[in-house]
Structures are given as C-alpha cells and as structure tokens.
Design a protein. Sequence first.
Length: 94
Amino acid sequence: MKAIRTRYSGPTDTRGSRFTATDSDGNRVTISYDYSLNADANHEKAAYSLMRKMGWGNQLIGGGFGHDQYWVMVTVIGRDAIPAWQSYFEHTAA
C-alpha cells in the first residue's frame, strides 16, 4: 500500500506558493498553488498529480494532520468512482 504526504510551501522571493506531494520512496511532484481552488483541493490535486506521474491508477482517501495532509490509495471494487480530478487529467492528458 502506498501513502502520499502533501505539504504547502509559502511564497519566497523567487517562487510562488506551491504544494508538494511525496511518497515514502522519495518520489515527488510540486505544483503551483491553483488560486481557483481552496487549500484542501490543492492538496488533493498534488496527490493525484503524483499518482499520475507514477502511473498509479487507484483512488485516494485523505485527511489532514497538522499542516500536512496524508493520502492512502484504495482500490474501487464494483462500480467505478469518478476521481475528483478526472476533468483535470482529461484536460492535461499528453
């Protein structure tokens, strides 16, 4: 089972606000803050972005602890659930 941690990083003199998703193997993706979304949705977007980068095809369940959020992958059995970021990935498919 894989778990993902997402973390918000505030702006610096050279970079804007961003979210980083990391797994226990050191795989990482960083996305810019999407101001059309709230903070929780940005955390979720970062987690799904790491999943997409790694080619993982499961669903995520997540929650916050302190300033971070943690996500675990679950397998959907039976009727497929629609991922929260399905439309995001449809528009960014290569």
